[in-house]
Design a protein around this ligand. Structure first.
Ligand code: GLU
Length: 388
């Protein structure tokens, strides 16, 4: 069978592949400790589950509007106004099957052959692949540890060509956990406006901030930046709702209308009763978010202390999300080889940095309990010592 060229150009998602392998090993009874996929280990908070259960009981089990339940679109628009100073109405919101799907819809609506999309590296694994699936060309701009893995305004300016269509901005970052300060966001927004770019701001980790880090949405910098911004986000990471598949895209009306058409011919609406859980997530008090953040804060310290005590590994302190991105460059081994052996011989799952465009690093998600982190770090230490 001859598959379409668009499929043969993309590589499978390594985050999902490793998670699948780790879960299969666990099913076989192997004591795997997983730092692979970015998935909170908490259950979805009870009030969110209850809202979805009530929706099921109330017969919210039928097709809904492809764009999303009207109430959820309203609630998302209100949240973006309240928390992010982004002036969207409900009509500017598309409810999607998770944050990933919102980005995919965007690429499909916006990108065509010949279009370039600027992506700072390290990047989340799916950005370049989505651009390719849409027929576009990812333009990868490597950032440095010295700059906190953040693209500088000059780097962005230099990457722009007449073919540039979109810039992908992600803060807090997956995989590095770095957060652009408000001043840095403003400086990047200036370039976006000066070069008349479109920017998609992936803000899915916006609530997971440490040590007083602040999140500023790039669209809130100025009316000119707002016009050029599209926001992608979702409920998975903040409310431990990974399996629910509810995310959203917010942006200018013509774009959102185009993505509604795409969704109308592809997935139709997001699971109706899941959307009622999402409404509750935004409408209820946010104590559950703070509780999970407190737990992540402790875990982050535990994992950082362990990694920084290991020979041959160095790790910057992340300000957000729930990932650490240690450098393994001194070990003289590729990230893929490192992670394969770590899983096969030490039963610890981590994602090779190559998946994120940084082969000298590995990504560890600390969205798991402290005991598992300690045990996993003991194994990692033994492994690293065996290499050095
Ligand atoms: N975004 C999460 C991660 O990076 C979930 C897996 C995925 O969609 O890539 O681990």
């Amino acid at each position: 069978m001859k598959l379409a060229a668009r499929v043969t150009q993309v590589t499978p998602s390594m985050t999902l592949a490793i998670d699948t392998k780790a879960k299969a090993m666990k099913r076989e009874g192997i004591d795997v400790i997983s730092f692979s996929v970015g998935e909170p280990d908490f259950d979805t908070p009870a009030h969110i589950r209850a809202a979805a259960e009530a929706a099921l009981e109330q017969g919210k089990t039928r097709y809904g509007a492809a764009a999303g339940e009207p109430r959820l679109r309203e609630v998302i628009a209100q949240k973006l106004q309240r928390d992010n100073q982004l002036c969207y109405g409900a009509e500017n919101i598309l409810v999607t099957n998770g944050g990933k799907h919102s980005l995919f819809n965007l690429m499909l609506a916006l990108i065509e052959p010949g279009d370039e999309v600027i992506i700072p590296a390290p990047y989340w694994v799916s950005y370049p692949e989505m651009v390719k699936l849409a027929g576009g060309t990812p333009v990868i701009v490597s950032t440095t540890l010295e700059n906190g893995y953040k693209i500088t305004p000059d780097q962005l300016r230099q990457a722009v060509t007449p073919r540039t269509k979109l810039f992908v901005f992600n803060s807090p970052s997956n995989p590095t956990g770095m957060v652009y300060t408000p001043d840095e966001v403003r400086a990047i927004a200036d370039v976006v406006v000066e070069q008349d770019l479109l920017v998609v701001s992936d803000e899915i980790y916006e609530k997971l901030l440490y040590d007083g880090a602040e999140h500023l949405s790039i669209g809130a910098v100025s009316p000119e930046a707002f016009e050029r911004t599209i926001v992608s986000s979702g409920f998975a990471k903040t409310y431990a709702m990974t399996g629910w598949r509810v995310g959203f895209l917010a942006g200018p009306l013509p774009l959102i209308k185009a993505t509604i058409t795409i969704q109308g011919h592809s997935t139709s609406n997001v699971c109706t009763f899941a959307q009622y859980g999402a409404i509750a997530a935004y409408e209820a008090p946010q104590d559950c978010v703070q509780q999970m953040l407190d737990a992540f804060t402790e875990r982050r310290q535990v994992i950082l202390n362990s990694i920084n005590a290991m020979p041959g590994l160095s790790c910057p302190k992340p300000d957000g999300a729930f990932y650490v991105f240690p450098n393994i460059g001194q070990l003289g081994i590729s990230s893929l080889e490192f992670c394969d052996k770590l899983l096969d011989d030490y039963q610890v799952a981590a994602v090779p940095g190559i998946a994120f465009g940084a082969d000298d690093c590995i990504r560890l998600s600390y969205a798991t309990d402290v005991d598992s982190i300690r045990r996993g770090m003991d194994r990692l230490t033994t492994y690293v010592k065996s290499i050095i």
